[in-house]
Design a protein. Sequence first.
Length: 240
Amino acid sequence: MNVDHLHRLPATKAAKKIIERHFPECEGAILAGSVVRGQESATSDLDIVVFDKKLSASYRESFVELGWPVELFCHNLDSYQAYFKSDCERARPCLPRMISEGIVLKDKGILDGIKQEAETLLIAGPEKWDKATIKLKQYFLTDVLDDFIGTTNRSEGIFVAGKLAELAAEFVLRTNNRWIGSSKWVFRSLTEYNEEYAVAFTEAFNLYYKTDDKRRVIHIVDGILDLHGGRVFEGFSLGK
């Protein structure tokens, strides 16, 4: 991607110009992502959510303009609600978070209500796991932990550890009624839950990747499982 970082406009000014060019009649537009969270980097893009009643359906589009990579998330005045529902069901509130935290670029009087919907969903948190779901997730987390403990192949262990980190983070967040994430949002979600815990969690896996020392990872994961009765294997059944 050929992007001129040195001569581009500031994020908000560039985003407003893009809306003026591509959606001059839209009902609303919001700039979201790292540039509004104070986490901008050299590879950051402009995440822009657009609301245009003339659109027949939602769509996503990426391009480069004014020196910025741009990701558009385009909706009519109803289509965003299906995304809210889907995001909440998978406990990854991407669109609600973007709308809640985003900077208003343009508004014909619709965004206050939509922002309030997003904020209400975020505050409520995801649907709680029932006992059966917790037991199922415990079983799979135990299974991967056992693989991690037992593997003697360093190359395999790297990938097992990655899966273990993902499942362990999901388990601790969902059992505490917290939103989850993927990629960089795994750590961010853990930090929102408990900053000290997020650091300890990350350092345990970092130690393994650096030195092959598994002990702190095992301690962290066993601590998560112990709050719900420990490792699950004997007596577990599924679909019997």
